[in-house]
Design a protein around this ligand. Structure first.
Ligand SMILES: Cc1ncc(COP(=O)(O)O)c(C=O)c1O
Length: 354
């Protein structure tokens, strides 16, 4: 009854969303603050009869808002149902056996290898440096065999960030006829975008999401920025699959949220300040906390397995994320919440592991 293709499918396992009790959720890098207040007004004003009609398949209003925010033209913007969908279209369009082997860091967003398996894309995992950094030199040292490169910057789950100059140097060394995707899901929390590199590098594509710094994970909006030829390719994939990935309401709320820059900049700054304070306090309790520019930290307590930390905290009603691969299994990834939420975690941690 099931195809071989299906039987071999190994789906991505997202961070858990349990309903059995009220948890403090620090496991999926959601935003602890609400979306911009104007969104509540929009929802109150929205005329439901508009939902009779299909949404705009070109998603133009939203793309115009994103383009205006980044000083680009709408032809340089693709939008999709979460950056997960945008990324999956990238894998379909730009990476494949006929072009070579995709190169990605050994530890980065764990959905990337899932897409590779889904589409049958050969890939090679490039180890992180000893300091848990994405090894840019090793990623681009591929000669002619690479079908492309993808990594997150800041990276997940480590939080490490490379400034645009370092990525520019990598792009100069890498072949210009293969696509390099930089996933900037967490860039607003203290990173710096590679946006200024787009003009000089038509093979560079940036992926972004409204799920993290724009507090809209439940709405599912992501986007890609790049040369119009790459954007057109993503539209072709979309139209080969589902012409209407973003509903009318999502398009409208997304366009409004993108324009509320001051509100969201303030939230991101608060989260970054909480991260600095929390990381220092956790360090004081004997934890190793990797430097992070994202809305999470990757941390371990020497001598205590990450799985134990995860399970013990869960029993206390606090969810963090643990990953099984042995190289990072000592660590847990902790999303930065509000100050009171992080204080609650610190109190539990200092009681459990004084
Ligand atoms: C690096 C990275 N990229 C993309 C995503 C997906 O985000 P979205 O909610 O837009 O699908 C995540 C989600 O955790 C992520 O960590």
């Amino acid at each position: 009854m099931f195809t071989q293709r299906f039987r071999q499918l190994a789906p991505y396992v997202p961070g858990e969303q349990p309903r059995d009790r009220q948890y403090l959720k620090l496991n999926t890098n959601e935003c602890p603050y609400p979306p911009a207040p104007q969104i509540a007004d929009l929802l109150r004003r929205f005329d439901p009869s508009r939902l009779r009609l299909y949404p705009d398949p070109t998603m133009m209003r939203l793309r115009e808002a994103i383009a205006a925010r980044h000083g680009l033209s709408p032809e340089q913007v693709f939008t999709g149902n979460g950056s997960d969908e945008v990324l999956s279209f990238c894998f379909y369009a730009f990476f494949g056996a006929d072009l070579g082997t995709l190169r990605l860091p050994a530890f980065t967003y764990s959905f990337y290898p899932v897409y590779c398996d889904f589409y049958g894309i050969p890939y090679e995992k490039v180890p992180l440096t000893e300091a848990f950094e994405v090894d840019l030199d090793a990623l681009c040292a591929t000669g002619t065999a690479a079908s492309g490169i993808i990594f997150a910057n800041p990276n997940a789950p480590t939080g490490h960030f490379w400034p645009p100059e370092r990525i520019a140097a990598m792009l100069k060394r890498f072949r210009s006829d293969r696509v390099v995707v930089v996933d900037e899901a967490y860039v607003d929390f203290g990173g710096e975008s590679v946006l200024p590199l787009l003009d000089a590098h038509p093979n560079l594509l940036i992926a972004r999401t409204l799920s993290k710094s724009l507090a809209l994970a439940g709405l599912r909006i992501g986007y890609a920025l790049g040369h119009p030829a790459l954007i057109q390719a993503l539209f072709a994939v979309k139209d080969g699959f589902n012409s209407y990935p973003l509903d009318t309401l999502a398009q409208e709320i997304g366009a409004l949220a993108i324009a509320e820059e001051a509100y969201y900049r303030n939230i991101a700054a608060r989260i970054a300040a909480t991260r600095t304070r929390f990381a220092a306090a956790l360090g004081q309790l004997g934890w190793q906390v990797l430097p992070s520019r994202a809305n999470f930290v990757f941390a371990r307590r020497p001598g205590i397995a990450g799985q134990t930390v995860y399970q013990t905290l869960k029993a206390e009603g606090i969810l963090v994320r643990h990953f099984n691969p042995p190289e990072i299994s000592d660590f847990v990834r902790i999303t930065i919440g509000t100050d009171p939420q992080m204080d609650r975690l610190l109190a539990v941690v200092s009681r459990l592991w004084p």
